[in-house]
Design a protein around this ligand. Structure first.
Ligand code: EPZ
Length: 420
């Protein structure tokens, strides 16, 4: 549990870690490569450890040294990812594309849903089928194989009904070793997709167009060793910008890639904060004394990121006037509203819309986090609230934020991790 005393004033600089959602996909991609892969700037997170467990269950050798992760996937010993590990980390479903491309067969348990939605994988499955794989689901396991085993996948044309990040990544990884050309239409354009494409290209894959709606992959027969730095985490960066805004503190964050934060920066400036570019990879936030209301609709990149929606809701709860937030990406990602209201916020949910009536202050309260980003939102609210907030749900925070409370304490926040 986290004990938080507010209101806090923050100051100083916070170091942004490597991107969780990039590292997870990239770890899966190392299955494509029967050679040494060195990943740098890898964050220390529970999710990263869990993905490492899944890879080692497949026969991969991993060696971690601070933010360096050495991966050797030369000798894969099975094509089946173990259920008890996959159910703890949805992202481990990303191994299906690389396993299928490398071995001609893959068996991966269906990842369960989670707090924010059902999280189906139909687009991943349809994408692999378009590359010539036979895919069927039996007893909760997705079985995928290329006819006659040991055959190669064939390049194909895929149109994604929704620009799914995971489905784009699954198809792109599988296509790197397929025979012929693959075109992915309506692809996700997230920076993490681009980072994944860049490491695959560094391993020798032929990929063009990552970051646009159309990605072209020309299959090669084998990939080779790589030494690759993961991009900074734009969602951790955005979370700390909101920490500065909500506590009306001027702080700097870095390293960041400002381009990845355009929508978040635009909305922070829309409510009256100033974001100053201090360096090529460092930003300073100068908050307004009183932030204004605004309206937000989450969209696939480059739109406003759903992973920043809960954090922004905490901020708008204290803005002047009425704001609305519409969550269009996940069907159940407004569960932090109830907890924010228990801290004195005035938010009403109608369908996938939240109507936020700004209040002058929040008060500390015992609150419970239901998923990673709603937990971050509650911690931010606790920093701004009057009095003590006890936050339960560290198992969510530790999945996606590297030492969040240590970084916040270094900025001057008053909070303690308490063993329950
Ligand atoms: C990735 O999840 C991220 N996770 C999520 O971050 C992020 O919120 C999401 O992309 C959107 O940006 C990782 O990268 C590990 P999607 P992913 O496929 O790939 C539907 C966080 O907090 N869909 O783009 O699962 C799906 O139900 C996490 O760090 C299908 O219908 O997201 C959702 O409504 C949360 N069928 C929408 O697409 C499919 O086959 C977007 O999902 C796949 C997805």
């Amino acid at each position: 549990m986290l004990q938080i005393w507010g209101p806090s004033r923050l100051q100083g600089h916070v170091k942004i870690s490597g991107a969780k959602n990039s590292a997870l996909a990239i770890m899966a991609a190392t299955l494509l490569c029967p050679d040494d892969c060195r990943l740098r700037n890898v964050p220390s997170l529970a999710d990263i450890n869990r993905m490492g467990e899944v890879l080692s269950a497949l026969g991969v050798k991993l060696k971690r040294n601070e933010d360096i992760l050495d991966i050797d996937a030369r000798d894969l010993k099975t094509s089946e990812a173990p259920y008890e590990l996959v159910r703890k980390l949805r992202a481990s479903f990303f191994v299906i594309g690389p396993l299928l491309a490398r071995l001609g067969v893959a068996r991966v348990p269906l990842p369960g849903g989670c707090a924010i939605g059902a999280r189906p994988v139909d687009l991943h499955v349809r994408g692999l089928q378009a590359l010539g794989a036979d895919v069927y689901i039996d007893k909760g396991i997705v079985h995928a194989y290329v006819n006659g085993g040991k055959q190669r996948l064939k390049g194909g044309k895929i149109y994604l009904d929704y620009p799914s990040v995971g489905a784009t990544e699954t198809v792109m990884m599988a296509a790197t070793l397929a025979d012929g050309e693959t075109i992915i239409e309506n692809a996700a354009q997230e920076p993490e997709v681009v980072d994944l494409a860049n490491i695959c290209r560094a391993m020798g894959a032929k990929i063009e167009g990552a970051g646009t709606k159309t990605i072209n992959i020309n299959g090669v027969s084998q990939l080779h060793a790589v030494n690759y730095p993961i991009i900074p985490d734009r969602i951790e960066a955005g979370t700390f910008l909101v920490a500065g805004a909500i506590t009306r503190s001027e702080i700097t964050i870095g390293p960041v890639i400002p381009e990845h934060l355009r929508a978040v920066i635009f909305k922070l400036e829309a409510i009256g904060a100033k974001i100053i570019r201090e360096d090529s990879d460092r930003l300073r936030i100068v908050p307004a004394y009183q932030h204004a209301a605004t309206n937000i609709e989450t969209q696939p990149y480059p739109g406003f990121p759903t992973d920043m929606q809960p954090q922004f809701m905490a901020l708008l709860a204290l803005s002047d006037g009425n704001s609305t937030i519409t969550e269009t990406v996940f069907e159940n990602r407004l569960r932090h509203v109830a907890e924010l209201n228990r801290m004195g916020a005035d938010i009403r949910v109608k369908g996938n819309h939240a109507i936020i009536h700004g209040v002058p202050r929040l008060s500390g309260a015992p609150v419970v986090g239901t998923d990673l980003r709603s937990s971050a939102a509650l911690v931010l609210a606790g920093l701004a609230a009057d009095g003590e907030t006890t936050f339960q749900g560290l198992q969510h925070l530790d999945r996606g934020y590297e030492q969040l409370e240590v970084k916040l304490k270094k900025l001057g926040a008053k909070l303690e991790r308490i063993k329950p």
